[in-house]
Design a protein. Structure first.
Length: 255
């Protein structure tokens, strides 16, 4: 979910996007939940399918929406897993287009970089956008991919023990990326603009729990969502633990 520039909360609900207003009213914003299936052209076995259609947002087809983020112009970008593409909803027209990736083509090993129209992704679980409208896509088994406003896709950070089997991502005002992963134990990592990854909170020894504590002494059950609070704290959605956890900075705005 993401807070929109209009003050509404935008929530990815599998194949549709809904908005929630301050009074709690829920309204469908985009996507047709009754979307039809089509054979996946990249699966010769014929056993997998796509649910995909660009066009007006009310009749667009999505397959599995896993992340939402707004750019500085108010356009909404969506990670559409299983279709393996990034979608875009134009603020003015409301039309849905494919911003990056090839529909139905999943490449978990050595995905293609380059022009957004020919780039490929593996499993995409989340995305975030910086102040310059660069998009960072959590391609969970390939690391973090970057899409520039000009439509060029590159690998921003290659997978390693801290960034693999990841579920959530957010960027702060300093350009630091925070990533929630579950490989070797649920944890939160930070990747600096220079590409240095450090463990912020959680364990790397398959130890689950709800222990509070400093850094690696803390434990999570899961790390499926991340947000940054006004005071600079990082809010972690621990779905299996059914809790929201707060990572408090040890220095002003810098955990």
């Amino acid at each position: 979910m993401v807070l929109g520039p209009d003050g509404l909360l935008y929530v990815a609900d599998d194949k549709i996007v809904v908005t929630v207003d301050p009074d709690g009213n829920i309204k469908r914003y985009a996507g047709d939940y009754n979307s039809s299936q089509s054979p996946n052209p990249y699966d010769p076995s014929g056993k997998t399918f796509t649910r995909y259609r660009d066009g007006p947002k009310d009749s667009a087809f999505f397959y599995q929406l896993t992340g939402l983020a707004f750019d500085s112009q108010g356009n909404l970008f969506l990670s559409d897993n299983i279709n393996y593409v990034i979608r875009r909803i134009d603020k003015l027209s409301g039309d849905v287009t494919t911003a990056a990736g090839i529909v139905g083509l999943r490449e978990r090993v050595n995905p293609k970089n380059g022009a957004a129209t020919s780039a490929t992704f593996g499993d995409i679980f989340a995305l975030t956008i910086d102040a310059k409208d660069n998009i960072y896509v959590l391609d969970t088994f390939n690391g973090i991919r970057k899409i520039t406003p000009e439509g060029v896709v590159s690998t921003y950070y290659k997978k390693d023990d801290l960034v693999i089997d990841t579920r959530s991502i957010i960027i702060d005002a300093y350009g630091d990326l925070y990533v929630g992963g579950i490989f070797s134990g649920p944890h939160i990592s930070r990747i600096s603009p220079s590409g240095v990854a450090t463990l912020v909170a959680g364990g790397m020894s398959q130890q689950l729990g709800d222990n509070d504590g400093i850094g690696s002494a803390a434990r999570f059950e899961d790390t499926v969502g991340l947000a940054i609070a006004p005071d600079g704290s990082r809010i972690v959605t621990d779905s299996l633990g059914r809790t929201l956890r707060k990572v408090v900075p040890v220095a002003p705005n810098r955990p």
